[in-house]
Design a binder for this molecule. Sequence first.
Ligand SMILES: C[S@@+](CC[C@H](N)C(=O)[O-])C[C@H]1O[C@@H](n2cnc3c(N)ncnc32)[C@H](O)[C@@H]1O
Length: 230
Amino acid sequence: MFSRVRQFLFPRIPELAPHEAYRLWAEDYPPYAHNLLMEIEERAMTALLPAVRGKRVLDVACGSGRYARWLHANGAHVSALDFSYEMLARSDRSLARAQADMNALPLESGAVQVIVCGLAVGHVADMERALREMARVLTPHGTLVYSDFHAATRKWKRTFRAQNQTYAVQHFPRHQAEHVAALRKAGFVPETFQAVHVSAELARVDARAQDFRDRWGDTPVALVVRAQKS
Ligand SMILES: C[S@@+](CC[C@H](N)C(=O)[O-])C[C@H]1O[C@@H](n2cnc3c(N)ncnc32)[C@H](O)[C@@H]1O
């Protein structure tokens, strides 16, 4: 009886595995940064990228393709992949796209010079395996730039609405030390770790940022990482 009342007052949010979550989420997932976190994460990611003009660049777990679009606009020869057919279907058709799991990349070794992977490594249980695959398909000294939710947000659920219901997507938050260890084991030299904050300067000009800081203060929201294949 009490548990039914509690469930009514505080309904439990079902947590979905990433593939199922993004199948449902895709319909409402446009191919550009569509919230404050993505906007500031994207600024940090693009600032850390090397020059991409004329280079072969792979967007791993491209989703609806916001980074693939940016890379293409900046002169890269882009390939993009994601394991969600529905997310890929939202991305630009003129890009080279494929449905694939980041744990088994369908590319030859040394095929690309740069890899970008936005907000996706946190979805894989075995991050080292995915990073090993990325190291394999990079040329020697190739660059990997990726982002993840910051470990400081590990208690926050990653939720979305679909079919009139709120869902959470499974995510494995990791501390910087775990990223360092996985990168090294996978064959990378970690270069830069940048904690992305909602800054006080931004809050002065952006009401969403002010709301965030009123609630969460200076909690870092994302970690942006740059590493070189050793
Ligand atoms: C938060 S979205 C980010 C999409 C895009 N990278 C961006 O930054 O806008 C995470 C994406 O990772 C994809 N994904 C999660 N696990 C994956 C895996 N093992 N292999 C390939 N894609 C995966 C999902 O389908 C989803 O499109």
